[in-house]
Ligand binder design. Structure first.
Ligand code: 2OP
Length: 284
């Protein structure tokens, strides 16, 4: 829809990606968009891809946390890494499979790639939800909302009211402390509600990935929350976690370090510990 390029849908279920591709092409044709969608069950077809978006894995069921998927999805994603190594080793990779931050780390280490090239999509999705709640609570257009969500895409997510604004005017001038708390709580819990209502989240994650790809393809250098490998930033090393990043044609070009207050730092530290515990379980 954003005319960023052709798309190959790969799935192990025979017929499903081909059917999706047909449906998508029908929509694109009517809109006069010349990007082509193709469906395949053959990984070899990914040869020459500029981007690989890793969504393979099982989704969480109502009542599960993202971290509950660790073992099952780590095994699936390791298999996908072997295919990427064979067919698209130079592509830029966006990991979407949960638990997002540990699996972004797993892909980075399995492929031996660099942190510019391999990132995870979690914060962008959390940000979509945070923006929606901010607009609802304040009654101000979604178009005027600027916001940021960092830390783990999971139990220690950190929506940052202090770093959010309505057209540059600090959000704190529009909401009470109680409303701020409520905004953060809702942002953290809303995915579970979507899953219990319709089984999976689909449109907002797809849009979030597109925004990341667009910033890279067009070399926009947008600052977006992305799961990236820390190398000393925020006082940590060797862990992937959500932080604001500049995305341009090199991929993840720079991590922006925010001056967090004590309360914010506490949640961020818990997020890092949670991801570090999870990645200990990988044999890399
Ligand atoms: C989401 O937040 C399930 O992590 C996925 O929509």
């Amino acid at each position: 829809l954003r005319e960023l390029g052709d798309v190959l849908l790969l799935d192990i279920v025979e017929g499903l990606p081909q059917g999706e591709a047909l449906d998508i092409n029908h929509q694109l044709a009517e809109q006069g968009i010349d990007c082509i969608a193709r469906g395949s069950n053959n990984y070899e077809d990914m040869k020459g891809s500029n981007f690989v978006v890793v969504v393979a894995g099982v989704g969480r069921k109502p009542g599960m946390t993202r971290m509950d998927l660790l073992k099952t999805n780590a095994d699936i994603v390791k298999g996908v890494c072997d295919k990427i190594k064979n067919y698209a080793p130079d592509s830029k990779i966006i990991v979407v499979t949960n638990p997002l931050d540990p699996l972004t780390y797993l892909v980075l280490k399995s492929l031996g790639g660099n942190r510019k090239q391999i990132i995870g999509m979690g914060g962008m999705l959390d940000l979509s939800r945070f923006k929606e709640h901010i607009s609802t609570v304040t009654g101000i257009s979604r178009d005027s909302v600027q916001a940021m969500v960092i830390s783990e895409h999971g139990e220690n997510m950190l929506p940052l009211v202090r770093f959010s604004s309505l057209s540059g005017i600090p959000l704190t001038e529009f909401v009470t402390a109680e409303q701020s708390e409520d905004l953060a709580t809702k942002t953290k819990s809303i995915a579970a509600q979507v899953i219990s209502l319709k089984g999976a989240t689909v449109y907002a994650p797809g849009n979030a990935v597109s925004t990341m790809v667009e910033s890279i393809v067009k070399n926009k250098k947008a600052i977006l929350p992305v799961s990236a490998l820390l190398e000393g930033e925020y006082g940590y090393n060797d862990v992937c976690i959500g932080v604001p990043c500049v995305l341009g044609d090199e991929g993840m070009e720079k991590i922006i370090e925010l001056r967090l207050n004590e309360n914010e730092k506490q949640v961020f530290d818990l997020g890092v510990q949670s991801v570090k515990n999870a990645i200990k379980s990988f044999s890399l």
